[in-house]
Design a protein around this ligand. Structure first.
Ligand code: NDP
Ligand code: OXD
Length: 312
């Protein structure tokens, strides 16, 4: 079988990892690195993560753009990407599984107030504390898409009281689903732990702000694995200072890497992870890309195509 050629652009540091993954799977893809200034006629498929200057002029036969990640806001904002080409966001089992691990880990951490034990250990102090059962904790997930839904299901399995919020109505077993801006207040009311897994769009930018924090349970915890632009940093710092919010895990930031002088780094109730919540796994992602190419070549509609007007 002839392998399909997939061009990788702007991913120089990872190219060898991807090529090894391609060689180790039966995806049937031949990965080719983009070289700036060179033309690539005859390449219908492209995989990119961030905008690459002058890329599209060198790809006269391009038909589908695959994004390496689930969040496509940077590509949507790139005016050089031809509007006629479908942009497919990443949906693959490795990315979903890692996000489930991360969210479960961080929710359990905040649920059991692990930092109190870490602080106590640093002082050789035996510090038992009481905590509610999982079924007494209300956990909300902003964004009930591919990742949010998988996380909601896992948290429900662990007996948390789980709520989810999306744009369109959803039905997820053991999860109370809320849809639309008009239900946001009801969704948020009294949540103990709030997880953000929204895409960054004009509607969701700055959604994690003082008004939202005021609706949660006192000393609630925030887990932001969506995008840094969802959070108003100063509102979180103020809410932590006045005790309205109790703690936060932040994986994504307005500027990445997070600048060394940012107050989040040394805050005793803020736990920073370096945009590490989840990542695309080359072997399973390539199988998924190959499946989509197969569909496309057989005339079926591509899945997970980004709606650029909607912003995700
Ligand atoms: P999806 O597109 O599958 O899900 C997005 C969800 O957000 C959908 O449920 C959607 O509603 C909802 N949503 C979007 N806009 C609104 C709105 N205005 N009001 C209410 N709900 C809204 O995306 P994924 O689950 O695959 O990924 C989500 C995000 O996670 C990514 O965009 C990215 O930012 C982030 N991410 C972070 C990673 C990390 O390592 N930190 C790794 C991977 C992703 P509806 O279902 O009705 O469309
Ligand atoms: C993604 C990410 O969007 O890694 O996939 O943040």
């Amino acid at each position: 079988m002839t392998k399909k050629r997939l061009l990788l652009a702007g991913m120089e540091d990872y190219f060898e990892t991807w090529r090894r993954a391609a060689d180790s799977t039966a995806a049937g893809l031949d990965l080719v690195p983009y070289v700036p200034g060179q033309a690539f006629p005859g390449f219908p498929y492209l995989l990119i993560w961030r905008p690459v200057p002058e890329l599209f002029a060198s790809l006269p036969d391009l038909r589908v753009i695959f994004c390496l990640g689930a969040g496509t806001e940077r590509l949507i904002a790139d005016p050089s990407i031809p509007a006629r080409l479908p942009l497919v966001r990443m949906v693959e089992p490795g990315l979903t599984q890692c996000m489930v691990d991360y969210v479960l880990w961080r929710v359990l951490y905040h649920h059991r107030r692990m930092w109190e034990l870490e602080e106590a250990q640093a002082q050789a102090r035996w510090a038992q504390h009481l905590y509610p059962a999982a079924w007494e904790r209300k956990v909300g997930i902003l964004g009930l898409g591919t990742l949010g839904q998988a996380c909601a299901e896992k948290l429900a399995e662990f007996e948390f009281q789980v709520r989810g919020w999306s744009r369109s109505p959803k039905s997820v077993a053991k999860v109370a689903c809320f849809a639309g801006t008009e239900t946001l207040g009801e969704f948020l009311a009294g949540l103990d732990i709030l997880v953000c897994l929204l895409p960054l769009t004009p509607e969701t930018k700055g959604i994690l702000n003082a008004d939202l924090f005021a609706r949660l349970a006192p000393r609630a915890a925030l887990v932001n694995a969506g995008r840094g632009g969802h959070l108003v940093d100063d509102d979180l710092l103020a809410a932590l200072a006045d005790g309205r919010m109790g703690s936060a895990t932040l994986d994504v930031f307005h500027r990445e890497p997070l600048p060394p002088d940012h107050p989040f780094w040394l805050h005793p109730r803020v736990f920073v992870t370096p945009h590490y919540a989840s990542e695309t796994h080359p072997p399973s992602a390539l199988v998924e890309i190959a499946r989509q190419i197969e569909r496309f070549e057989q005339g079926a509609t591509l899945e997970h195509v980004v709606d650029r007007q909607r912003g995700y």
